[in-house]
Design a protein around this ligand. Sequence first.
Ligand SMILES: [Zn+2]
Length: 128
Amino acid sequence: MMKLIIAWLRKDGSCRRWTNSKPHEHAAMSLNVYADAMKRLGKEWKCSAYEAAETVNKFFKSKENQTNADRIRSMTDEELAEFYTKFCACAVCEYKDEERDTCGAPTGFLCTKTYAKTIILDWLKTLA
Ligand SMILES: [Zn+2]
């Protein structure tokens, strides 16, 4: 059976992937695609494929230790507008109910008012 990897690049830069391959086949196909991409980037950036790979790795390393605050600071105006539309202390509080997309804090627990600043400050310092 032919093995495939399908990747969708969304407008926001996130990527969805699907494959019917085994892990080692997945790795072999991915590394081939990666090598091709570095060659193409090298051509575009007028450097070697190896240098292009180093630049890409540096970029990912800089993203590795990024906090939520760092991530927000680097957002575009459009991303900020979307972020603020959805954000409140309960979006990041410890009682957040992911399934129902609501705050699951006990009734009377005022995380949005009494502890909002602390909750948000803790979240901003957390790695994204
Ligand atoms: Zn909450």
